[in-house]
Design a protein around this ligand. Structure first.
Ligand SMILES: *Cc1c(COP(=O)(O)O)cnc(C)c1O
Length: 454
C-alpha cells in the first residue's frame, strides 16, 4: 500500500486514510507520497476519450488502491464532479482551462468535493465524528462548507475576517446551516488563522477530534492533479509535453501539476506566477528563501500568501528539505527547478492592465487571479521564446466573484452563474466574535458538549 511521509522526516509514514484524517503530520511537516504511482503512456492516451469524472477515477485509483474499492471510488468521482471543465481556445495552441464551474465557482471545489467524499467514507467506516476547523479569506471556506454540508460524521466551523470577505463569498458560507457553522471574526485573516492553529495545539481541546481541510492536507492536493491530465488530453497529441500556467498563492494548485508530471504526464514547463507576495520567484532566482512578512494585500486576494506552505513539498520533490517555518535544511536541485519552473511576480497595476488588454484582444473575460497566470505566461514567452508546445492557462475563479474589480477595468459587471445565485437568496446565519482565543475555546467546548448531549 502506498505510504505518505512527512516533509520534516521526523514522524512515521502512514497510509492515505491516516494522512487525510490527520491533516498535518505530528512533526508539523506535510504528508507527501513516498514514491509516485505511475500511469503508462497508453493509459494516459485513453484520457482523450473520457469524461472528467472517469479521468479522475483512473488517476485517483493509483492512490486509493487497497483503501477504497474501485466501485466506491467511481461513485465518489461521479458525485464530486457533476459540473463541466471547459477548455477553450484563446489563439493558436494557447488554451484557457476554466476551473470555475463548481458550486462555489472557484477551483477549490475540485479538491473540497473529493475530500468531503473521502472523509465521509472513512468516518462512516470508523463510526467516528470530527470537527473540521478552517480559517478562510474567502474561497477555501466557501468550497469546504459546500462540500462538507450534510456529510455524516462531520461538523464544520469556518472562521472568516468580517471586513475582508466579499458579500458573495460570505453568503456562500453563511447560508448553509445544518452541520456548518460560520464565525465572523472582528479581525484580520491572520487572526483567524492564529486562532485555528492554537486550537489544534490546545490540550484543553484534546477530547474534540479536530481536523483540517486547509491546503496542508494531502487530500486537497491529489484531486488537483487530475485536471492537468484532463487538459493535456484535450489540447496535446499523446506524449506531447504541455506548458501549464498557474496563478499561485499557497502553491497547492501548482503542486497538482507536479504530481501529474511525477505520475507520468509529459510537462514542458510550469509557469507559477504570483502577485506582490514574491517569496517564490525571489527564491528561484537567488536560492535564498525569505518569507514576505506580513503578507501583502493585492487584487488577487486569494493569493495573498507570504509563506506558501506547499513549498515544503516542492523542495522535497527536488531533493531538498524545508521546514514549516521556511528554514531550508537541505537545498533542492535548484538548476533542475529552474529548468522545469518559471515564476514572475505580477503587480496590481500589471494585473489590471492585463485584464483590460486580454478582454479587448480576445473578448474573453478573466478575473484578477486567472489574469496573473496569463501575464505570467507572456513573461515566460518573452524570457524563453521559441516554444511551439501547447499552453494551458488555468483560470481559478469565475469573474462574477470579483464584480467590483472586473467592472472597474472593463466597465460592466459580469453575470452571476446560476449555481452561485441559488444559495445567495437564502437567509444568513453566523456567530460573531472578537479575535480572542479564550472566547473561541469556550465556544468550541460549549458547542461540542451541546452537540454530544443534545
Ligand atoms: C486559492 C486560490 C488561488 C491560489 O491557489 P493556491 O493553491 O493556494 O496556489 C488562486 N486563485 C483563486 C481564485 C483561489 O481561490
Amino acid at each position: 500500500m502506498l505510504q505518505f511521509r512527512s516533509t520534516n522526516g521526523q514522524s512515521p509514514a502512514v497510509n492515505l486514510r491516516a494522512a487525510l484524517l490527520a491533516g498535518q503530520a505530528p512533526d508539523r511537516g506535510l504528508y507527501f507520497p513516498e514514491s509516485f504511482p505511475k500511469l503508462a503512456p497508453d493509459e494516459i492516451a485513453e484520457f482523450g476519450q473520457l469524461p472528467y469524472r472517469e479521468v479522475a477515477f483512473r488517476v485517483l485509483r493509483k492512490f486509493t488502491e487497497g483503501i477504497i474499492p474501485d466501485d466506491a471510488l467511481a461513485a465518489m468521482c461521479r458525485k464530486a464532479y457533476d459540473f463541466g471543465v471547459p477548455v477553450e481556445v484563446i489563439h493558436h495552441r494557447v488554451y484557457l482551462m476554466r476551473l470555475d464551474q463548481g458550486p462555489t465557482a472557484s477551483f477549490k471545489d475540485f479538491a473540497a468535493q473529493m475530500m468531503a467524499q473521502m472523509f465521509g467514507r472513512f468516518l462512516q467506516e470508523d463510526g467516528r465524528q470530527v470537527t473540521i476547523l478552517t480559517a478562510t479569506s474567502g474561497d477555501t471556506g466557501a468550497a469546504v462548507a459546500h462540500a462538507f454540508h450534510k456529510v455524516p460524521g462531520v461538523r464544520v466551523i469556518v472562521l472568516f475576517p468580517i471586513g475582508e470577505v466579499s458579500e458573495s463569498q460570505r453568503k456562500l458560507m453563511t447560508t448553509l446551516k445544518d452541520n456548518v457553522r460560520t464565525v465572523a471574526v472582528d479581525g484580520k485573516f491572520d487572526d483567524c488563522q492564529a486562532m485555528v492553529k492554537r486550537a489544534f495545539a490546545d490540550p484543553a481541546l484534546a477530547h474534540i477530534a479536530l481536523s483540517s481541510a486547509n491546503s496542508i492536507n494531502i487530500g486537497r492536493l491529489l484531486p488537483q492533479s487530475v485536471y492537468y491530465f484532463y487538459a493535456a488530453s484535450r489540447v496535446a497529441k499523446p506524449g506531447e509535453p504541455v506548458v501549464f500556467s498557474v496563478p499561485s498563492g499557497n502553491f497547492g494548485n501548482m503542486m497538482g501539476a507536479i504530481v501529474a508530471r511525477e505520475m507520468g504526464l509529459p510537462v514542458k514547463k510550469i509557469v507559477a506566477s504570483v502577485n506582490d507576495n514574491d517569496a517564490f520567484p525571489r527564491y528561484l532566482a537567488s536560492g535564498a528563501y525569505q518569507k514576505v512578512v506580513p503578507s501583502r494585500n493585492s487584487v488577487s486576494n486569494a493569493m495573498n500568501v507570504g509563506h506558501p506552505s506547499n513549498l515544503a513539498r516542492l523542495v522535497a520533490v527536488y531533493g531538498g528539505q524545508m521546514d514549516e517555518t521556511g528554514r531550508i535544511h537541505r537545498q533542492p536541485d535548484l538548476a533542475a527547478m529552474r529548468r522545469d519552473i518559471f515564476s514572475s511576480s505580477i503587480s496590481d497595476e500589471r494585473t489590471r492592465a492585463s485584464l483590460r488588454d486580454f478582454w479587448s484582444q480576445y473578448q474573453i473575460l478573466l478575473e484578477p487571479h486567472g489574469v496573473v497566470a496569463w501575464q505570467g505566461f507572456l513573461d515566460w514567452q518573452a524570457a524563453e521564446p521559441g516554444s511551439d508546445a501547447p499552453v494551458v492557462i488555468v483560470e481559478t475563479a469565475n469573474p462574477a466573484k470579483f464584480p467590483e474589480e472586473v467592472e472597474k477595468v472593463v466597465g460592466w459587471a459580469p453575470d452571476v452563474p446560476a449555481a452561485m445565485t441559488a444559495g445567495l437568496q437564502q437567509g444568513e446565519d453566523y456567530d460573531r466574535m472578537g479575535a480572542d482565543y479564550e472566547k473561541f475555546r469556550a465556544y468550541l467546548i460549549e458547542r461540542h458538549v451541546s452537540k454530544a448531549t443534545g
